[in-house]
Design a protein around this ligand. Structure first.
Ligand code: TYD
Length: 212
């Protein structure tokens, strides 16, 4: 991996943490390929609709995990791998840790089994850096409520409520604590420019020194 010029940076966090804004800012700073999960490929767009649109019918926990994994498999094959192989940096708004946090800590599926599923789906491709935009679940809920007037109906995950989101937020923190130097935890209550600066400096270090 160390002879690769392009790097993979994943932004993670609960709904409402500001990760999409930060992913956009980071990608433009790095001139990176900006992408996201779920739904960045044609197959993925169909899976995203099945997974998130209200009124699509029941999705069991295991089916949800498998569909997220299928989306990621296609994303890696079609978007991420080709970009890295061409020497580009890739910034993705969500990646493997979202499955562990939402389907593992949130839904209660077995973490070891999910880890194996994610590893298989991605062919073992791990981010060089995963950034957690850490935000208390109640702050995220308040931000979403404040933005409510401009938003459409809550999607299936957003409709899960505070207990679920709290478990997911805590799950992300646990993953970050176990992930060592491949993770950066940023306080997402800080102003946008400050968060962007912190993430940008970590990316600069990665460019200079390579992955930990
Ligand atoms: P996203 O488009 O990032 O939504 P938002 O911008 O509201 O954060 O993600 C859609 C939802 O899918 C989000 O609630 C998290 C969920 N998700 C999982 O549950 N598991 C996964 O593996 C991924 C990638 C996303």
């Amino acid at each position: 991996m160390s002879d690769r010029r392009g790097r993979l940076v994943a932004l993670e966090g609960i709904d409402g943490c500001g990760k999409s804004t930060q992913a956009r800012l980071l990608a433009s700073r790095l001139d990176a390929v900006a992408t996201f999960e779920p739904g960045a490929t044609r197959l993925g767009a169909g899976l995203r609709a099945l997974l998130l649109e209200p009124g699509r019918g029941a999705v069991s926990d295991r089916a949800e995990a498998l569909l997220m994994a299928a989306d990621r498999a296609q994303h890696v094959t079609e978007v991420i791998r080709p970009a890295l192989d061409a020497g580009r940096w890739v910034v993705t708004d969500r990646y493997a840790a979202s499955t562990l946090a939402y389907q593992g800590y949130g839904r209660g599926l077995d973490l070891t089994e999910l880890d194996a599923l994610v590893g298989w789906a991605t062919g073992g491709l791990r981010p060089d850096l995963t950034v957690l935009l850490d935000l208390p679940a109640d702050v995220a809920a308040a931000r979403r409520a404040a933005a409510g007037a401009d938003r459409q109906e809550a999607d299936r995950m957003e409709a899960e409520g505070a207990g679920f989101l709290g478990r997911v937020a805590e799950g992300f923190r646990t993953l970050a604590a176990a992930g060592g130097e491949a993770w950066l935890v940023v306080d997402a209550t800080a102003p946008v420019a400050e968060v962007a600066g912190t993430i940008g400096r970590a990316a600069d270090r990665l460019a200079r020194d390579g992955p930990p």
